[in-house]
Unconditional design. Structure first.
Ligand code: SF4
Length: 351
């Protein structure tokens, strides 16, 4: 496929924070408030063409158009699921594809976004991990998924929550992830409450420590998935670099906003990590952390070496946590029938 070369070298306005839009306006010889108008057109009015910014002087529009574009990625495919969720495949400017998943639940509408094309962490239970890492996304490509998905909604519907749980490890693409979080939560850009935004990590301790200092006040979710280093080493190679104790020490130091709890994701794998003693060990590990646990019965994919535990074992695991005062929900993943469930996202690499 052929892509215009100007666009490949031009500035994606979605990469820029509101203050940077103001500086760009200044660079183009306009007053800074023009930058706020540009942001308003992109984030409030949802335009995709610079020429549509009708209250900007024609000269400014022309010089902006020569240097920049609004990079909302094209939608290649939308696949609805029987449970109401929907997988959206976006095609990026270089032809790479990433997936986002829309997940309605009562009065919530959550979008799960990707931060990388593929993923290099190779968790053994995860289909995305079999792709390997193709490349990082830019901040604008992450935010672009939000704007692109929002455009598919019927009038009156809007996204309420954003989770960074799609393809890739957000903290392995640290700078773009943080810039996209600022864009999501800045009232002059997308304006989501930080309480409605969750970053999920495989447990990169250095990234968690850095994120703790960013004052973003977003939620953190940890993909834990095992309670001993022996099992975690086996199913999550990242554990060989950061042992469970080190990871949980970083979680304890993370400044959780008032009343917020840290989420621990735990995929239940038949005969691997689903015994009552695993549940009891999890209780001990989470001591001293304001935690809630999402239990995710394994979502099968072709070629996987794992199976979903029988229902009584899932419920037994949950009750051990509940008996010890830990909020634990079983998350029957949405989008299972369309390959959009947790750990199932994968997209063919373009030829
Ligand atoms: S679970 Fe997350 S970190 Fe692990 S391979 Fe899958 S996408 Fe990567």
């Amino acid at each position: 496929m052929c892509y215009p070369s100007r666009r490949m070298s031009a500035i994606n306005l979605l990469d820029l924070l509101p203050t940077e839009l103001e500086s760009l306006a200044e660079t183009l010889g306009a007053p800074r408030y023009r930058g706020r108008q540009i942001g308003n057109w992109i984030y409030r009015k949802g335009v995709s063409e610079i020429d549509a910014m009708s209250d900007l002087p024609r000269d400014l529009r022309r010089s902006l158009d020569e240097r920049a574009f609004i990079g909302v990625p094209a939608i290649e495919r939308r696949t609805p699921s029987q449970d109401g969720s929907e997988k959206i495949v976006f095609r990026l400017d270089d032809g790479a594809r990433v997936q986002s998943v829309l997940m309605p639940d009562a009065d919530r509408l959550t979008l799960c976004v990707s931060t990388q094309v593929g993923c290099g962490f190779a968790c053994a239970f995860c289909y995305t991990g079999t792709m390997g890492l193709e490349r990082n996304l830019g901040a604008g490509e992450i935010v672009g998924q939000v704007l692109g998905a929002a455009r598919t909604l019927e009038p009156g519907r809007r996204l309420t929550h954003i989770v960074y749980m799609g393809m890739g490890e957000p903290l392995a693409n640290y700078q773009a992830t943080v810039t996209s979080l600022r864009l999501l939560t800045d009232p002059l850009a997308l304006g989501f409450s930080p309480r409605r935004v969750t970053v999920s990590t495989v447990g990169l301790v250095g990234g968690i420590e850095r994120l703790a200092k960013e004052n973003l006040r977003v939620n953190l979710a940890i993909s834990l998935h095992a309670t001993s280093n022996e099992i975690r080493d086996r199913i999550m190679p990242v554990n060989k670099g950061f042992a469970i104790e080190e990871l949980l020490a970083a979680c304890r130091r993370f400044p959780l906003p008032f009343r917020q709890r840290m989420t621990f994701e735990y995929v239940l794998l038949d005969g691997v990590n689903d015994r009552p003693e695993d549940a009891r060990r999890l209780v001990r590990l989470l001591k001293g952390i304001r935690a809630k646990v999402n239990l995710i019965p394994f979502n099968d994919w072709e070629g996987a070496d794992f199976a979903r535990p029988p229902l009584p074992r899932v419920l037994g695991f949950q009750s051990v946590l509940l008996e010890h005062g830990i909020t634990a929900t079983v998350r029957w993943s949405k989008g299972e029938d369309i390959g959009a469930a947790c750990g199932q996202l994968r997209e063919a690499v373009p030829a």
